[in-house]
Ligand binder design. Structure first.
Ligand code: PLP
Length: 426
C-alpha cells in the first residue's frame, strides 16, 4: 500500500485521515506521506523512500530518531514494566534530575502531553489566586485546552472569539488576549483588569505561529506587571524547554516564572508533559492540596526513562552551541541556494536549533499581523519541491523546523545538494 491508498483508507475511519490536523498537509496541499521507520536524521516512507527530517515530530527528538543510547534504555525498560499505576523509582529520578538543575522548578508533576500540563497549571493558578481570568497572547499556542483556543477578537481585550467550535461562551469570557510585543497594551490591560487575572501565560519563545522571538523588554514587562498585580507568570516551555538550553528560555533570559510547563523533549519522544514551579504553588495539587489532577498512565516508566536519558545527555554533553551553529550553516546555505536560483524573496529566523523560513520583511517579525500575507502559498511551493527530493519539513509555513545532533555536516551538505536540485527542477 502506498501513501495515497493508506490516506484514502484512513479518511474512512479517522477525521480528515489524521490524528492531529497539521499532519494532513491541509496547509500545503497534496497527500501526506505515510512513514513506517525512522533513524537518526532520516525518515523512511511506506514506499521505501528516504527523507531528511527537519520536522522531528515537532521538536521532541533532540538527539534524532532512536538514538542508540536512548533506544537501549527504552528496550531495557520495556522488558521490565509497561505501566504500574503505582509508585516506582523512574519518575522520581527524572523529577530529581530536573529539580536539582532548574532552580524555579522546586516541585514537578508529570502528565501525558503539553496540553494537559498547561491545563493543569492554569487550574493551579486559579486556585492560588482565587481569580478566574487568564491572559494569553495572539500567536502563542498552548495546546488544545478550551480556555486557550481563543484569539483576539475585534482588537478589544475581553471580546475574545474562539479558534474552535465547541467552546462555551462562559469559558471564552475568562480569557483575555493581547498582541505580542506591545508593552503599552499590556500596561493598560493590567491597569484595568490586573486584579482579576490569575495567570499570564506566554511562550517565552513563540514558535507555533512561525518563530517570533520577543524583545527581552517585553518579557521583562510581563514579569514586572504580574508581580505588581499578584498575577502568576506561566512560561509555556513545551517547545523551548531543553531545546534552546537545558533551562529553556527562563535560563537564557534570567526571567524567573512562577509556573512552567514542559513537554516534547522531556519524554525523549514518548508522551510526557509536566507542570512545575514553586513549592507552595505545586503543593496545592492533590493529594497534598485541593487542586485535583490525576492520570492513569502518568509517569509511564518508558517515557520517564527515555526522558531521563535524553535530559542526562543534554546536561552532560551540552549540544546547544553546536546545534546552533549547524542550524545557521543549514539555513544560510538554503538562503544562498534560493538566491543563486534567482529567488531572493526569502529570509530565515533562527533561535538555537529552531528555524523558520519566511518572506523578507523590513522589520523583524514579532507579531502574527506582520507575517507576509503571501507566506502560505510561497511556503507550500518550496515545501513540495523539497519533499520531492527527499527533504521533509513540517507541512505548514507556520511551523518551525528543528535540528537534532543527528543532523551532522554530511546530512546538512546532502540537504543543500537536494535543495539545489529541487530549485533547478522548476
Ligand atoms: C506542542 C505545544 C503544546 C502542546 O503540547 P501537546 O503535547 O501537543 O499537547 C503546548 N504549548 C507549546 C508551546 C507547544 O509547543
Amino acid at each position: 500500500m502506498n501513501s495515497e491508498e493508506l490516506f484514502q483508507r484512513s479518511k474512512n475511519v479517522v477525521p480528515g485521515g489524521v490524528h492531529s490536523p497539521v499532519r494532513s498537509f491541509a496547509s500545503v496541499g497534496g497527500t501526506p506521506v505515510f512513514f513506517s521507520e525512522a533513524s537518526g536524521a532520516y525518515l523512511k516512507s511506506v514506499e521505501g523512500k528516504e527523507y531528511i527530517d527537519y520536522c522531528l515530530s515537532f521538536g521532541p527528538l533532540l538527539f534524532g530518531h532512536r538514538h542508540p543510547e536512548i533506544q537501549e534504555v527504552v528496550e531495557e525498560t520495556v522488558r521490565k514494566a509497561w505501566s504500574f499505576g503505582a509508585c516506582e523509582p523512574y519518575s522520581l529520578e527524572l523529577a530529581e534530575f530536573i529539580t536539582s538543575r532548574i532552580p524555579w522548578v522546586e516541585k514537578i508533576r508529570f502528565v501525558n502531553s503539553g496540553t494537559e500540563a498547561v491545563m493543569s497549571a492554569l487550574r493551579v493558578a486559579r486556585a492560588a489566586t482565587g481569580r478566574s481570568k487568564i491572559l494569553k497572547f495572539d500567536g502563542c499556542y498552548h495546546g488544545h485546552l478550551d480556555q486557550l483556543l481563543v484569539k483576539a477578537g475585534s482588537g478589544l481585550a475581553g471580546l475574545s472569539s474562539s479558534d474552535s467550535k465547541g467552546i462555551g461562551q462562559e469559558i471564552i469570557q475568562n480569557t483575555l488576549v493581547l498582541p505580542l510585543d506591545d508593552e503599552i497594551a499590556l500596561e493598560n490591560l493590567f491597569r484595568d483588569h490586573g486584579k482579576n487575572i490569575a495567570c499570564l501565560v506566554i511562550e517565552p519563545l513563540p514558535a507555533n505561529y512561525g518563530l517570533l522571538p520577543q524583545r527581552i523588554e517585553f518579557l521583562k514587562k510581563c514579569r514586572e506587571l504580574t508581580t505588581k498585580f499578584g498575577t502568576l507568570l506561566l512560561f509555556d516551555e513545551v517547545i523551548s524547554g531543553f531545546r534552546v538550553s537545558f533551562q529553556g528560555m527562563a535560563g537564557i533570559t534570567g526571567i524567573v516564572p512562577d509556573l512552567v510547563c514542559y513537554g516534547k523533549i522531556i519524554g525523549g519522544g514518548f508522551p510526557v508533559g509536566a507542570y512545575a514551579g514553586k513549592k507552595e504553588l505545586m503543593d496545592l495539587v492533590a493529594p497534598s492540596g485541593p487542586v485535583y489532577q490525576a492520570g492513569t498512565l502518568s509517569a509511564n516508566p518508558i517515557g520517564m526513562r527515555a526522558g531521563l536519558k535524553t535530559l542526562t545527555k543534554a546536561w552532560n554533553e551540552n549540544p546547544y552551541p553546536e546545534l546552533e551553529s549547524k542550524t545557521k550553516k543549514l539555513t544560510s546555505g538554503i538562503l544562498k541556494t534560493l538566491e543563486d536560483s534567482g529567488d531572493p524573496h526569502w529570509e530565515v529566523v533562527t533561535f538555537g536549533s529552531l528555524f523558520w523560513l519566511k518572506g523578507k520583511t523590513k522589520e523583524p517579525v514579532r507579531t502574527i499581523t506582520n507575517i507576509p500575507s503571501d507566506h502560505k502559498s510561497n511556503f507550500a511551493s518550496f515545501f513540495h519541491k523539497l519533499l520531492n527530493k527527499g527533504v521533509y519539513l513540517a507541512p505548514s509555513g507556520y511551523e518551525v523546523g528543528f535540528l537534532s545532533t543527528a543532523h551532522n555536516d554530511e546530512v546538512i551538505e546532502a540537504t543543500l545538494t537536494k535543495t539545489k536540485q529541487a530549485l533547478e527542477d522548476k
